[in-house]
Design a protein around this ligand. Structure first.
Ligand code: NAP
Length: 323
């Protein structure tokens, strides 16, 4: 019998229940996966709490790696035994699952399952942030919040490799040291220092063309003040809570600013986009430009503890749930 974590009502980590589930055979266009490692992401917390509501009951989790066990009708690109991974497909907190074949990519030999489960969602997010939404390059200075987190550590390394100067916020000295060792030229401890004032000291008073803000409520307004006229605010998460409704006139007053609120789903919406994005990520990891730091690991059935630690800001880099 297969096990999965199920949620029957939104709430705290205690609503994550380890239960027996029926998986069944794959339908047309689907594959059945035996999963080996599952990725933990902040979006899993938004799903659990109901910030992003889903129909109940549901199996949370968006990302995992594993082996194709069987394929349904019309699936020619995958066969039993293929080693694969995916991101952005709800239902990942499970020992086995069915999934649409076009949501899955084959893994290159040099990426093990644990690394794959840790990197697909956060890595493809980092990729669209710095290659699609804004093309980071030499001469750019960027601000990335939560620089020692999962997405943060990947953005720091990749943006530095592209020649940018990286300023990143973190909540502790240990996280500052980790971010610095991974491409963040100027960590700012935003729980102690005013990050906007410190950023202007670092840049000699220059504001930035782009800011990446995943913290949300606690940082958003000050992040806007780090942008130069016509600068781009990329609000891509709400770890501290959602940003309250905004009077758009503020954007003109602050210098014709641009704001986008992207989601990975848009950037991997088709099989072609998913393959382009993941291939770029595999190259970045394979070439050594980006190292995936799996700094925490929990048994899948202990996912509630993983959620507690993530929300308490105890984690750094990526976290994997082992099956
Ligand atoms: N839109 C998208 O496509 C997309 C895709 C992936 C992730 N995201 C977003 O990107 C962010 C990072 O995701 P992740 O999975 O890599 O998580 P993470 O960065 O590893 O963990 C979240 C971090 O946010 C910081 N934080 C600041 N205030 C917080 C608070 N009040 N409570 C909890 N954490 C707080 C903490 O770092 P410090 O202790 O250093 O402050 C914490 O470690 C999340 O907001 C997530 O929703 C968005």
């Amino acid at each position: 019998m297969t096990h999965a974590i199920q949620i029957h009502q939104a709430g705290g980590p205690e609503v994550l229940q380890w239960e027996q589930v029926e998986v069944g055979a794959p339908g047309v266009g689907q594959v059945r996966l035996k999963q080996t490692a599952v990725g933990l992401n902040y979006i899993d917390v938004y799903h659990r709490t109901g910030l992003y509501p889903l129909p109940l009951p549901f199996v949370p989790g968006m990302e995992a790696a594993g082996i194709v066990e069987s394929v349904g009708g019309g699936v020619s690109y995958l066969k039993p035994g293929d080693r694969v991974a995916y991101a952005s497909a709800i239902g990942a907190y499970a020992e086995a699952r069915l999934i649409a074949a076009d949501r899955v990519v084959k893994l290159p030999e040099f990426i093990d399952d644990r690394t794959a489960a840790a990197m697909m969602l956060q890595g493809m997010t980092a990729r669209y942030l710095i290659r699609d939404i804004y093309k980071v390059g030499p001469g750019d200075t960027i601000l990335i919040h939560a620089a020692a987190g999962g997405v943060g550590l990947i953005v720091c390394q990749w943006a530095a490799a592209l020649g940018a100067t990286v300023i990143g916020t973190v909540s502790s000295d240990e996280k500052a040291a980790l971010a610095r060792a991974n491409g963040c030229h100027h960590p700012i401890i935003y729980t102690r220092e005013d990050f906007q004032a410190r950023l202007l000291e670092i840049t000699g008073g220059e504001k930035l063309a782009v800011v990446y803000d995943s913290v949300g409520k606690d940082t958003f307004m000050k992040s806007l003040d780090c942008l130069r006229p016509r600068g781009l605010m990329v609000l891509f998460g709400s770890s501290s809570g959602p940003v309250p409704p905004l009077d758009l006139t503020l954007l003109s007053q602050k210098g014709s600013l641009l704001v986008t609120r992207p989601t990975l789903a848009t950037f991997v919406a088709t099989k072609t986009l998913l393959e382009e994005n993941s291939a770029d990520l595999f190259d970045a990891v394979g070439s050594g430009k980006v190292k995936i730091h799996v700094n925490q690991s929990y048994r899948l059935k202990d996912t509630a503890q993983a959620h507690r630690d993530l929300e308490a800001r105890k984690t750094t880099g990526s976290t994997v749930l082992t099956v």
